[in-house]
Design a binder for this molecule. Structure first.
Ligand code: ADP
Ligand code: MG
Length: 690
């Protein structure tokens, strides 16, 4: 067995108790420990003069006590005024005993480590670590920057450091065997030896500035980030390979139904739609299941693309399930798709929570014996006891709502074969990121909107101008147009200063009694939601007060204005989705972002960006930079969110090289891949790969 695979129990000081705790950190072997990498570093290698201390930066200071006071109110605390040659500061202890009180005599020398904040009297250190030091003795500072590791109860930073040191010593003699990547590739990429990288990261000498380390741009970090990204990519590619070994129904129908549908439509497909449809049709002819993500900005016509795929499958004699993220959207799809499909003799049904048990059972029976060929619904389609006679295609709309991880957990409803899967999303992803995130599936972009769409004019308006906004709404409605009013919170909350939908609804009713106003929110019974949406669609409601339930897909072309209250609470991608509810017809449309002052600089910057751009890609890039991919894509559970050292945004320039090296490994060195996976993939992930 290689030294790397040796159990941590072989280390001095690790018994079965500690081994259990380390296992919680997914550390069981020498290698695990070695690749348990620091999250950040603090500098205890030098003493900071007080006049160089920055707020929130953990630092060591060496000071002399000037005066010690017990402050009785509002909470009893010990305040120690201290100084060094360059300035003053205050140490504060809320928990202290009388020994401590006497310890800090004026003139006493203290070495402290802590984070400063700005108090009323200047720099303050609350509960710093400290040590009294004898005058005129030289107490050494630490030799290395201090790494901060992901840790857990009973596993201290110090313990991790000593264990890592042991492993590094043991491995020193065989250090060259740590490099898995072929020497040729390492040389080409100018990589420093892996052992050296690990030494730097676990025990960085002070000449490596912690600023460099903490921003992740040190060559040692980049080399490891590269290896981690490479491994993640290879793992996704492997998933894909396994997927291609599964069997699916080959769909060889000429899609006459689809052609008929297109003839019946009052518009022509965009080129981008045609391309997407062609690729999907081709996917469906394969023996293995399609797994394709179609990304297209709000309003690009993804539904039609999906229905074209469905018709090919139905023509071949199979069934299709179409999942929407919300009941409102499922219902709306149902209305549209029914109109498209029924003239073709295709039976469509929608299974939502608002149906009675009897209605549900009627649908279930019809699905079971293939009378219904296209079944719509929410994810309940897969939870309830729906059984299809011969399901061959699953369409998932607005996949980002489900989360990337969930797509893999999809139950397989086809009996003997696997279903083709088509995933539609409006969340745009920069190309390299898409290749990173979705290396396990095929990816198509619909990069064109149907012609004749007028750009939406977006305005940033402070809430003090609310009356003007109301005037504008009243005018529009008088002209027969319709308006959305979106609130970003549902319930009354003391903590958040937000206008909840119910309150807004009542106020707006009082302020504009002449208008037909309705409220829709997520907690309403499904039937009532559907009814309200229908009424709005039919034009019986002028102003629809809504929560973000209407975020996705809702299509009412006569709505030409959307007001979003407290837009600063939402991410850019979500705001872009919301805004996409207007501008769907021939009318010039507007979106008013009704924000509350004061707006933070960051929030203002985001909202201005949204005002000035309608390019989903640009917005996504901007959002990604501000919030990071984990937040934006909701990939908390996916492997890519658990990266140890790499950062998808920061290190994205590495990706082209990652793809190239992955290719070389697959072609020339496939036997190296398992070793990389063992090193970088958490055990959990390895098991999750079925
Ligand atoms: P999204 O991509 O946001 O899901 P939809 O599929 O809801 O967009 O389409 C938005 C609207 O555009 C629908 O009313 C749809 O019927 C219409 N549409 C789709 N394709 C075209 C086209 N090629 N030309 C004109 N209108 C189209
Ligand atoms: Mg849609």
């Amino acid at each position: 067995m290689s030294l790397l695979q040796r159990s941590i129990m072989d280390l001095k000081g690790v018994g079965s108790q500690l081994a259990k705790k380390l296992a919680q950190l997914q550390i069981t072997t020498f290698q695990d420990l070695l690749f348990h990498l620091p999250m950040r570093y603090v500098d205890r290698t030098r003493i900071h003069p007080l006049n160089t201390v920055l707020v929130d930066d953990p630092v060591v200071i060496e000071v002399e006590v000037v005066k010690t006071t017990v402050i009785p109110k509002p909470r009893r605390n010990l305040s120690i005024k201290v100084r060094d040659a360059d300035g003053f500061a205050e140490l504060r202890f809320f928990h202290f005993n009388s020994a401590q009180q006497t310890q800090f005599q004026p003139g006493t020398k203290v070495r402290c480590f802590g984070q400063a904040r700005l108090g009323r009297t200047g720099l303050q250190f609350i509960h710093p670590e400290y040590k009294i030091i004898q005058k005129d003795t030289l107490v050494p500072v630490e030799e290395y920057l201090t790494p901060i590791y992901p840790a857990t109860d009973g596993v201290s930073q110090k313990l991790l450091r000593t264990l890592v040191a042991q492993v590094l010593t043991v491995l020193q003699p065989i250090q060259n065997s740590l490099d898995i990547l072929p020497a040729k590739i390492c040389a080409e990429l100018n990589f420093m030896p892996l052992f050296e990288c690990l030494q730097h990261l676990h025990f960085p000498t002070p000449d490596f500035y912690k600023e460099v380390l903490n921003t992740g741009v040190h060559p040692a970090q980049r080399r490891l980030a590269f290896e981690e990204l490479l491994t993640q990519h290879l793992s996704l590619r492997q998933k894909r390979q396994r997927h291609m070994q599964l069997m699916a129904h080959q769909i060889l129908a000429p899609n006459i139904l689809g052609k008929k549908l297109l003839q019946n439509l009052p518009f022509a497909l965009t080129t981008a739609q045609q391309n997407a449809i062609a690729i999907i049709q081709k996917d469906l002819t394969n023996k293995y299941p399609m797994l394709r993500l179609v990304q297209g900005d709000v309003g690009s016509g993804k539904t039609l693309v999906a229905v074209m795929a469905a018709l090919a499958v139905i023509e071949a004699g199979f069934q299709v399930a179409f999942m929407a993220p919300t009941e409102i959207l499922a219902e709306q799809h149902y209305q549209n798709i029914k109109k498209w499909c029924e003239p073709l003799g295709v039976n469509v049904a929608c299974l939502t929570g608002s149906l009675s048990a009897k209605e549900k059972s009627v649908i279930n029976t019809a699905v079971k014996n293939s009378e219904i060929q296209l079944l719509l619904g929410t994810h309940a389609l897969f939870q309830e006891t729906v059984s299809f006679e011969n399901l061959a295609l699953v369409i998932i709309d607005e996949q980002h709502r489900f989360g990337v991880a969930q797509r893999l957990a999809l139950h397989n409803k086809a009996h003997d074969k696997h279903c083709h899967q088509l995933i539609l999303t409006a969340t745009p992803i920069p190309r390299t990121l898409a290749m990173t995130f979705y290396a396990d599936l095929d990816y198509t972009v619909i990069d064109e909107l149907p012609p004749g769409r007028k750009p939406i004019t977006t305005l940033l308006v402070g809430s003090e101008r609310r009356t003007e906004v109301l005037q504008r709404i009243a005018n529009l409605c008088q002209q027969g147009q319709q308006v959305y009013w979106v609130c970003t919170l549902i319930e009354e909350s003391e903590v958040l200063e937000c206008t909840p939908a119910e309150v807004a609804y009542q106020e707006l009713q009082q302020q504009m009694p002449q208008l037909g106003i309705a409220l829709i929110h997520g907690k309403m019974p499904a039937a009532l939601k559907e009814q309200t949406m229908q009424e709005f669609k039919q034009g019986n409601i002028d102003l629809l007060v809504a929560t973000t339930v209407i975020e996705v897909g809702v299509d009412v072309p006569n709505a030409s204005l959307m007001v979003i209250e407290n837009p600063e609470r939402l991410g850019l991608a979500q705001l872009h989705q919301l805004r996409g509810r207007v501008g769907r017809g021939a009318l010039q449309s507007y979106c008013i972002l009704l924000y509350k002052r004061p707006l933070s600089a960051k929030a203002a910057q985001r909202l201005q960006f949204l005002r000035d751009s309608q390019d989903g890609f640009a917005l996504a890039e901007f959002d990604l930079k501000l919030r990071g991919p984990g937040e934006v894509f909701g990939t908390k559970q996916s492997g890519l969110a658990n990266l140890r050292i790499a950062d998808l945004m920061r290190d994205k320039d590495l990706m082209p090289k990652v793809f190239a090296v992955a290719e070389i490994l697959i072609q020339e060195y496939p036997n190296l891949i398992p070793a990389l996976m063992q090193r970088w993939l958490r055990q959990l992930e390895q098991y999750a790969v079925v």
